[in-house]
Design a protein around this ligand. Structure first.
Ligand code: FAD
Length: 499
């Protein structure tokens, strides 16, 4: 196969329009023809509201103005996720996007905190985290200045309406030369010799030929699976939740800068505050709860009147055996699915696009680029899988069949090693690849009562009194920085991002 001059993106959900936006911007002037096909009749999955801080880099790379984007997508700021009832019923903690305290001499702050407990320190590790304290008080401001100072050592993400984001990126992509074609694809033609996709044909009879296809057709994986039969690696024995009910409702109370994930008997429930409404959903394992019961648990816990009928979604956790097969790159739900417990799906779309841009086969599709892409994406998916699984296995709950299932589970080696290193001395083994940095692992492990037996012996060389004074100084400075922070609602107005 020769030079790539025509790209066809199949699907106009979040994955399709993010791909179109990035490719049309990055390869502007390279004589690439980009066509996106989508079908209003089929529609999009219509959920997906919480994100990770990395999305800011994506928007910045496209030159998107933050205030305009936030107004257009009804976005709120997100400092982390609050997990309720995961370790034990009644427990709650926040996984923040940021560091705890400040490191010293290359030693992580949490190591000093672990030792300080021997000196009688009863303060939570969270009390040394600006994003946790700001989130708990409903406050927000953008970090400014040196990232190594208290009050600035954090990141933030957004909670937004993903359908509005796709619409926003559609205008952006069309302005950058992407051609949109409306219609339902009902036939895919393969090259008899290479087995690659040659063209897709719409119901209208129109045929679209391309050199490279980006499959963003959602769970159905129209090209990667239905046409190329790539295969799926099923991970439901690790992450068995397989259904969800989603429903938006009217907002009540303060506009909180965090997503909430509350553990349930056979799954968990999300709450995502946007400017104009609150998104809610119940992710569950249908083996242990009926659809009716899952719906009624969700509906009875809404904070305000629902704004639509509940929508049911079906999925199987796992990933495509090859994300890139022949001349088809799958991005989004067509590539795989991991439940939205840590808001990772849109992030995995971003990772797929970033890798595709880096390895883009301008001159020809090379086997080593495909292999590199597949290795990278496989690692990305595996790392996220391990992190999600941690939430289910680092628990003391045994009050339902689902929790008992997780208590007796054999873990992937990669996760078992991570947990063992942590429980021995509070080490967080670093992955070669991975979305979640050590503070995220610390947040979940400690938040779910996995307390290390000891600490890094290198902190023993510090004098206990001086160390405790330093910790207290950091705690006070953190509290002062939070006290000087406006509420998220005030900040949205001041910043010009309120819709
Ligand atoms: P879709 O939105 O399904 O889009 C598929 C596109 O393909 C549509 O445009 C459709 O018209 C088109 N198409 C399909 N077949 C054809 C055809 N034959 N002809 C023409 N066009 C066709 N992600 C997060 O990051 N955060 C979250 O909080 C989050 N929550 C989620 C909750 C649930 C319950 C689920 C299921 C997912 C969640 N996600 C979340 C994931 C997120 O919704 C998706 O990753 C994201 O929306 C991308 O979807 P997509 O574009 O791959 O697919």
């Amino acid at each position: 196969m020769g030079r790539i001059s025509r790209i066809c993106i199949l699907g106009g959900g979040t994955a399709g329009w993010m791909s179109a936006a990035a490719l049309s911007r990055k390869f502007k002037g390279l004589d690439l023809e980009i066509t996106l096909v989508e079908s209003d009749q089929i529609g999009t999955v219509g959920v997906g509201e919480a994100t990770l801080p990395h999305i800011r880099l994506f928007n910045q790379a496209l030159g998107i103005d933050e205030q305009n984007f936030m107004k257009s997508t009804e976005a709120t700021f997100k400092l982390g996720i609050q997990f309720c009832d995961w370790g034990r019923l009644g427990d709650h903690y926040i996984h923040p996007f940021g560091d705890y305290g400040l490191p010293l001499d290359d030693l992580d702050f949490h190591q000093f905190w672990l030792r300080s407990r021997q000196g009688g320190n009863k303060v939570r590790l969270s009390d040394y985290s600006y994003p946790v304290l700001a989130a708990e008080k409903g406050r927000f401001r953008i970090p400014e200045g040196d990232v190594n100072t208290i009050g600035s050592n954090f990141g933030y993400a957004y909670q937004f309406d993903a359908s509005l984001y796709a619409r926003f990126l559609r205008s952006y992509s069309e302005e950058n030369g992407t051609r949109r074609v409306e219609g339902r694809v009902n036939d895919v033609e393969l090259d008899g010799e290479t087995g690659a996709v040659r063209s897709v044909t719409l119901e209208s009879g129109a045929k679209i030929e391309a050199d490279l296809f980006v499959d963003c057709s959602g769970f159905r994986g129209l090209l990667i699976e239905q046409a190329l039969e790539t295969g799926y690696e099923d991970w439901s024995h690790w992450l068995p939740c397989n259904r969800a009910i989603a429903v938006p409702c009217e907002s009540r109370g303060e506009l909180l800068p965090y997503t909430r994930a509350t553990a349930r008997t056979a799954g968990w429930q999300w709450r995502i505050p946007l400017q104009h409404r609150t998104g809610n959903g119940h992710v569950y394992w249908n083996e242990f709860i009926s659809d009716d019961e899952a719906t009624s648990q969700l509906m009875s816990s809404l904070e305000g009147p629902s704004l639509a009928d509940p929508k049911q979604l079906f999925f199987k956790t796992g990933r495509r055996k090859k994300f890139w097969n022949r001349n088809v790159v799958s991005i989004g739900l067509s590539a795989g699915f991991l439940e939205p417990l840590e808001s990772t799906s849109i992030h995995l779309i971003q990772e797929g696009i970033t890798a595709l841009v880096e390895l883009f086969p301008i001159d020809a599709i090379e086997a080593q680029d495909i292999a590199e892409y597949n290795d990278r994406m496989a690692l990305n998916f595996e790392r996220v899988r391990d992190f999600l699984l941690l939430h289910y296995v680092a628990t003391q709950r045994d009050d339902s069949e689902m929790w008992r299932y997780f208590r007796s589970m054999e873990l992937p080696d990669s996760l078992q090693e991570k947990i063992s290193a942590w429980t021995a001395r509070g080490y967080v083994l670093k992955y070669e690849f991975g979305t979640f940095l050590p503070p995220s692992w610390v947040a979940v492990m400690l938040g779910q009562n996995l307390v290390p037996e000891s600490h890094d012996p290198r902190v023993d060389r510090y004098d206990m009194t001086t160390m405790m004074e330093r910790l207290e100084r950091i705690r006070m400075e953190t509290a002062q920085a939070v006290a000087a922070t406006p509420s998220q609602a005030e900040f949205l107005q001041q910043y010009g991002a309120a819709s």
